[in-house]
Design a protein around this ligand. Structure first.
Ligand code: PLP
Length: 455
């Protein structure tokens, strides 16, 4: 059978279709013409393979779908009802109102990003966060870069390239998203010397590995997994004193950048930069969008002379923080300086949310939705490479799929709401956790649930 191309409409006919003509008004005639040509090429290929030519309406709809999928401004906002507070796939930490305002102001106009207003001359982009970071971490000096992966890489490249860095086997780990300590070390030009075993590493293991080529001991916080049972790790104090005795550096990758005591909220203790610096780690590094609750970023903080060496390394220019990040970070750090982080930084507000308030909200949701909804106890998690295995008790809205079919089908419907709602499945029910949903998102969430559940 030979392919019949005659049924395929011309580019002009598709462009004249009312649906496609409307698209050309929203976007541009050029862009929509190119998209139509591409779509028709695909149709031609399908016809060549024996498929019948689709009707004009269907082709117009395909063009509209392609435009919607490819020319949408993204990332799209979603409602995180998973109860995972620092959800890496959903953009980690939401910003505070002040941080948002700071971003908006510095985005819409010019700023003194690298301008010294007193001197009327060139300034440093680090001036905006250096003092704040010193204040909240207790470090002599600090540098902000575009994420913690680059902070680790930069620190090692500037201070250990061509030399050896000693890491415990239990800490030569993958943090997620392809960030593996052994690979980062190699890329930085340093040589990894692994010591101890996966579950037990003693101070004497580090001691035995010291050589004239050693530049540093690197401690990496196990931020996304937990080894339990028969374990041992050398303490930061022990490592600091070993490093001091032998004139080498102690570097600490903390991961999370947690500035407040997590045990206040019934969680395990998450190490803080303040503690590491007090225990005399020469340099620490951490993320700014995990428990710190700010924009994507990384910080290197510690001894002034070392921070300055790190800042002078050519890679520092390649991984510098952008002006929007700096604006958001300085506004976020100010919340800590003012002692209002628990009230103002969303990540901490979610961690600190009182259980009775979560229950009230879950009950209000259940009441507003449907008979298929109930309220059950559950657990929220911190997520995002912080406090693995730790949970906070919460109350959940639980939805029985009913005629929506399976829980997976109900989840899918919620994801396809005008503002997608992301939930999870527990015991064959779809559960939505009020902890990670802000009060201004509630109406939108309830609307999405009402639509997804067949009445
Ligand atoms: C999260 C994490 C990183 C990577 O930080 P990003 O800000 O995501 O680049 C590195 N080290 C540890 C221990 C982490 O937990």
């Amino acid at each position: 059978m030979t392919a019949d191309y005659r049924g395929i409409p011309s580019v002009d006919r598709v462009l004249a279709h009312p649906g496609v003509a409307r698209l050309a008004q929203t976007f541009s005639r050029e862009a929509v013409t190119a998209l139509t040509r591409r779509q028709l090429d695909q149709v031609r290929k399908a016809v060549a393979n024996g498929a019948p030519a689709p009707p004009l309406d269907e082709i117009a709809q395909q063009v509209a779908h392609a435009a919607a999928a490819e020319w949408a401004a993204g990332p799209r906002p979603v409602i995180n009802a998973t109860g995972v507070i620092i959800h890496t796939n959903l953009g980690r930490a939401p910003l505070s109102r002040d941080a948002l305002n700071a971003v908006q102001k510095s985005a819409l106009g010019y700023s003194d990003l690298e301008y010294d207003l007193d001197a009327g001359d060139r300034g440093s982009r680090m001036q905006h966060v250096a003092a704040l970071l010193q204040q909240v971490t207790g470090a002599e000096a600090a540098l902000a870069v575009n994420n913690n992966a680059s902070a680790v890489m930069l620190m090692l490249a500037a201070l250990a390239a061509g030399r050896e860095v000693i890491v415990s086997r239990g800490e030569a780990v993958e943090i997620g998203g392809g960030f593996r300590i052994p690979d980062v070390l190699r890329q930085s030009g340093a040589t990894l010397v692994e010591v101890g075993t996966t579950n037990r590493t003693y101070l004497r293991d580090y001691q035995a590995a010291l050589s004239p080529r050693t530049a540093a001991l690197l401690k990496v916080h196990a931020s996304n997994f937990r080894i339990t049972g028969f374990t041992h790790t050398a303490t930061l104090e022990e490592l600091a004193s070993l490093a001091r005795q032998h004139g080498m550096l102690l570097l600490h990758d903390l991961g999370s950048g947690c500035l407040l005591p997590t045990e206040r909220f019934g969680l395990a203790h998450e190490p803080t930069p303040q503690e590491s610096i007090t225990a005399s780690a020469e340099l620490v590094c951490f993320s700014t969008d995990k428990l710190l609750g700010g924009p994507q970023g990384g910080v290197v903080a510690g001894k002034r002379e070392l921070v300055e060496r790190v800042a002078r390394h050519p890679l520092a220019r390649a991984v510098r923080m952008d002006k929007l990040g700096l604006a958001a970070l300085s506004a976020t750090l100010l919340h800590y300086v003012k002692g209002e982080a628990i009230q103002e930084v969303p990540v901490w507000r979610m961690i600190a949310a009182p259980l009775d308030e979560l229950e009230t909200r879950a009950r209000r949701w259940a009441h507003a939705v449907h008979e298929a909804a109930s309220v059950v106890r559950g657990e929220s998690t911190i997520g995002g490479g912080s406090l693995p295995g730790e949970t906070l008790p919460t109350w959940l809205l639980a939805l029985t799929p009913g005629s929506a079919g399976s829980p997976e089908e109900l989840l899918r419907r919620l994801r396809h709401a005008p503002t997608p709602v992301i939930g999870r499945v527990v015991d064959d029910q779809v559960v939505l956790d009020p902890r990670t949903v802000s009060p201004d998102e509630e109406e939108t969430l309830l609307e999405a649930v009402r639509h997804a559940l067949p009445m």
